[in-house]
Design a protein around this ligand. Sequence first.
Ligand SMILES: Cc1cc2nc3c(=O)[nH]c(=O)nc-3n(C[C@H](O)[C@H](O)[C@H](O)COP(=O)(O)OP(=O)(O)OC[C@H]3O[C@@H](n4cnc5c(N)ncnc54)[C@H](O)[C@@H]3O)c2cc1C
Length: 392
Amino acid sequence: MKFENTKIAYSLKTDRELYKSYILFKIFSKNFLVYFGSKLALFIIKVGLPFNFLFRHTVFFQFCAGDNEKDSLKRVDSLSKLNVSSYMHFAAEGQKNEDGMDRSLERVLETLKISKLNESLPFAVFKASAFGPVGLFEKKTKGNKLNKGELAVWNRVIRRINTCCEFAKNENIRLLIDAEESWLQDAIDEIVLELIRKYNNGKEPLIFNTVQMYRKDRFSYLKNLINTAKRENFQVGIKLVRGAYIEKENAKALKTGYPSPICDSKGETDQNFNSGLYLILSNLNCCELFLGSHSEESTLRVIDWMKEKKLSANHSRIWFSQLYGMADHISFNLASAGYQVIKYVPYGPIKEVIPYLIRRAEENASIKGQTPRELSLIRKELKRRKNLRFTE
Ligand SMILES: Cc1cc2nc3c(=O)[nH]c(=O)nc-3n(C[C@H](O)[C@H](O)[C@H](O)COP(=O)(O)OP(=O)(O)OC[C@H]3O[C@@H](n4cnc5c(N)ncnc54)[C@H](O)[C@@H]3O)c2cc1C
């Protein structure tokens, strides 16, 4: 399995779109441009300057499917024609009052309803902290008792999450729950364990938790979860990722004076990730793997394992997932070889998804090797198309 076939990788992009992606990734390769660009974008939004057009035709359409569900479904359909499934997410962030949290719930329910009507949307997703104040997740994670007022707020958080799960169960759409910062995660894990007990006792898992293997303690968390599943006879769905908040995690640990929960090096994270990966793969009777990674090495590791065990490419318990607008060479080449591939497809009004777009830009600027790889593949495809025109 190689990911070099750029004709397949970029078959959804016109020449113009491909040039635009090239320029964008070129910008992402310069850290200082991303730093100043992010600050400028936030300023422009804050003072209301009319730069929507510029954002829309650059970074927005690279990483987002559209402003609303209807627009996004067009992208979902294009992906499905290439055998790539999707899961949609309203990517607006930072609505922290009760109304905002209720709106977040409505959005998840809306995507669940849409997913029910479309075969290429087998999963939906939510972030637990979109349904409650971060301070309460933090307090619960610390093991502190909530006062009467806080308890009432927390009960509403749990109610929102239960509403999502009940809805997902009735519509038969599987639910992924994102992993967040370590100071919120224990509270999330506690909720998820109860959900898993309640909803994952059929043949297939309905609820998937996310496990960030850049955390030193996650292998033992995973092992305990799988042992509990075997003991209590439920299924576990795991979205396995490396983890997105490394700078924030290390900075907070340093500032507060506790040892960082993050592995000491990329090599250690990779080792931890591989151990988690093999643990899940060797327990596919009670686990389902949802690999959330843009790493070719990790993807090939799973493929090699599947080949060794003589599993079919479309094995129902193994999913490969990438973000919309990133690592298309992995997604489309895998899908054309018959593997189960699913893209995370975010959408939302441009002003509200700017924080998500900035995170993507920063991620592309900071993860070693990812942007040069994207650039070299786009260059290869542009050259291939040019040669083709020349020979025609
Ligand atoms: C479909 C999908 C869903 C995702 N969902 C979530 C989610 O719910 N929660 C979440 O936190 N993230 C999520 N992510 C992001 C993910 O955690 C990674 O940040 C991102 O995918 C990059 O990791 P990689 O495996 O793709 O690539 P790689 O390039 O192999 O790995 C980069 C990652 O390695 C780790 N790393 C880098 N340098 C060091 C170092 N010096 N020391 C220790 N570790 C290091 C970091 O985690 C970094 O992000 C998701 C990603 C995808 C594709």
